[in-house]
Design a protein around this ligand. Structure first.
Ligand SMILES: [Zn+2]
Length: 361
């Protein structure tokens, strides 16, 4: 692989190639854009290209250095990511990274650090990192990857060169789905359309039953199903999912380490656990709302324009045509309102009851 392996990000890949060719690689690069569009892959290809012994502006994929990085065992390429339990990149992790940055590289001229979910650095960690960025060791490259650059300190952002990543083309997502999930082309194309260029979303749609659930609810509401009963079922589904997430997180706890921890540390860990569980469940809920939104938007687009190409759920045309579109603006507004309420942690059961009542209208 090489920069060519990073799909649909041609301008950004050219930018990286030019930096290498002109030998003007900055110490900080900020890869930002939506999830699941190739930022991490691009960071690995950049690390390979920086170290490559054969090529100047890309990775050859053949030399020892390229192969070591592809295998994840090059001593001068280091990954930093939020740790599993707290989902935080703490100051200690950043300190050990910057200590490493101050040493000479082992095998080549550069040390590359790839910081995934960089926005997960706490403020103390960011401040510590900032000091290193202000006076970076000459031969170190920090690649920060994030979906939310706004969460990073402005002083960090201004010291990194930004590289923007956009969504993928639906054809790209569909062909990746066909390959990685072994889906028939028509199913892959529908999922790709609904995912709107985010590979991570497309994979979640394949691997979870969210879309089936939303399609079933929309269908039942259109056929005069009881919105209150459906809302109750839906809320208990969310509650069940919350239980699953909490159990999975509990299984991750290192009980031996916990025995030696102080009471404050134990309390803190508990708090972090429940914060993480809530973040995960909220991500799920937001995906459900996204799917409802695509459904009603599609019903409207189809009835107004009749243009199937503009419809995302294009494998569901019969269901979309059966959906009443008289009051779709109100329905979309209700979905947006539900999103805002749920972001404020309002009672889920109630929010969905109010939402389904409007959607049933
Ligand atoms: Zn190489």
């Amino acid at each position: 692989m090489s920069f060519k392996a990073v799909r649909d990000q041609d301008a950004s890949m050219r930018l990286l190639g030019n930096m290498l060719r002109r030998r003007r690689v900055p110490n900080g690069l900020l890869f930002w854009g939506p999830g699941g569009v190739g930022k991490r892959l691009a960071a690995i290809e950049m690390a390979k290209a920086v170290h490559c012994r054969e090529r100047e502006d890309d990775a050859c994929d053949v030399c020892l250095s390229c192969r070591k990085i592809a295998g994840g065992n090059h001593p001068d390429v280091t990954f930093l990511a939020p740790v599993k339990k707290s989902r935080i990149i703490n100051v200690e992790a950043v300190q050990s990274m910057t200590a490493l940055a101050s040493l000479r590289p082992f095998e080549s001229d550069w040390r590359v650090f790839i910081i995934q979910e960089a926005e997960r650095m706490g403020v103390p960690a960011q401040n510590h990192f900032l000091k290193t960025l202000e006076e970076p060791p000459g031969n170190s490259l920090f690649i920060l990857i994030t979906e939310s650059p706004g969460v990073l300190l402005a002083t960090i952002r201004s010291r990194c060169q930004r590289v923007r990543f956009g969504t993928l083309r639906p054809e790209t997502v569909a062909s990746l789905l066909e390959r990685t999930r072994d889906l028939p082309p028509d199913v892959a194309q529908s999922i790709a359309a609904v995912a709107q260029g985010q590979m991570s979303r497309a994979l979640d749609l394949v691997d979870s039953d969210k879309r089936e659930v939303v399609l079933a609810v929309a269908k039942q509401l259109a056929e005069g199903g009881d919105p209150l009963g459906l809302a109750e079922d839906f809320a208990s589904r969310i509650e069940q999912r919350r239980g699953q997430i909490q159990t999975a997180l509990k299984a991750e706890i290192d009980h031996d380490a916990l025995k030696e921890a102080s009471r404050e540390e134990r309390e803190e860990q508990k708090e972090q656990q429940s914060a993480l569980a809530e973040a995960l469940i909220r991500r799920d809920i937001m995906e459900y709302l996204y799917l409802f939104e695509t459904w009603y938007r599609d019903a409207l687009v189809l009835s107004v324009t009749g243009d199937v190409a503009r419809v995302l759920n294009r494998d569901q045309l019969d269901g979309l045509r059966a959906t009443k579109v008289g009051d779709i603006d109100r329905k979309c507004a209700a979905i947006e309102k539900a999103r805002i309420y749920l972001e404020r942690f309002l009672n889920e059961g109630r929010v969905f009851r109010d939402l389904f009542l409007v959607l049933a209208d």
